[in-house]
Unconditional design. Structure first.
Length: 280
């Protein structure tokens, strides 16, 4: 099969999706812990220290196994619940997701697989436009970073179409990059690795590297088909290109020619909900 055979138009693709689309208005994530907390009071202290004394409300500890509260970050209200149990397998196969992560060390994969409890975090309805979704996820990242200050915190899984796991170490590295910036910063920065999963697969005996998570922003997923570059270079490219889309600086479209550097230009080819780049 030739290189472009994979992209020949199928009858059902005669009207491919148009971009951008309305984002997923709700945003959710799991924050995994390597131990069971005796009390959520330390978490409440961290949240108040990060977002102000009045940021925590609707505290409910009446349920014998689940504690819940709300947290307000930059005017957005988040629902936060703590469950003293491992993540149910039908919610997330943590061990399998960890196994296929490029960015986790062996120790971090083991920590994720052995997690003992978790936080469920949700923001309802705040991401109805691309800008609003960007703000919701930015504030969500600040919220998760605060809770990662808890002893035994392992990392975060954003609930979207991918299997992304972000270790505490990597999450807080991205949080440092957010310091002194706002969600609409002029630098065009967004912490993409906290929200977009990049993974590798094989199709028709060809390597494929692509994203999962951009669809939640109402944007096409991005990928490289049969790339010749190293994995690290492809990760950097996909993160950078995803950031350009999320911040509204660039929207990739079918059949466009995209310069990667002074020597390389790739062609964009849309297949379903993904824009693939060919020629890297």
């Amino acid at each position: 099969m030739g290189l472009f055979d994979r992209f020949r138009k199928k009858p059902e693709e005669s009207n491919p999706p148009q971009w951008p689309q309305p984002p997923q208005a709700d945003t959710m994530a799991l924050l995994l812990m390597g131990r069971v907390l005796e009390s959520i009071d330390p978490a409440i202290g961290l949240l108040r220290a990060a977002f102000g004394e009045g940021s925590v409300g609707n505290l409910d500890q009446s349920h014998p196994h689940v504690s819940s509260l709300t947290v307000t970050v930059d005017g957005l209200e988040f629902w936060v619940s703590y469950l003293p149990m491992p993540v149910p397998p039908d919610t997330l196969d943590v061990a399998t997701a960890a196994k296929y992560s490029f960015l986790l060390s062996d120790e971090e994969k083991t920590a994720f697989a052995g997690s003992q409890s978790f936080w469920m975090l949700a923001q309802k309805g705040g991401g109805k436009t691309l800008a609003e979704k960007r703000k919701a996820c930015w504030c969500f990242s600040l919220l998760c970073s605060a809770l990662l200050g808890l002893e035994g915190a392992v990392g975060v899984h954003p609930i979207n179409r991918g299997g992304l796991l972000v270790s505490r170490r990597h999450y807080l590295q991205q949080r440092e990059l957010m310091e002194d910036k706002t969600w609409d910063n002029a630098d065009g920065f967004f912490p993409v690795p906290l929200w977009v999963w990049v993974y590798g697969t094989r199709e028709n005996d060809k390597d494929v590297m692509q994203t999962s998570g951009l669809k939640d922003f109402g944007l096409p997923e991005l990928g490289f088909f049969n790339p010749q570059r190293e994995v690290g270079q492809l990760l950097d490219l996909l993160y950078s290109m995803s950031c350009l889309q999320i911040t509204g600086k660039q929207l990739y479209c079918n059949m466009a020619l995209i310069p990667l550097d002074e020597k390389t230009e790739v062609v964009a080819k849309q297949e379903g909900e993904t824009i693939f780049f060919i020629g890297a």
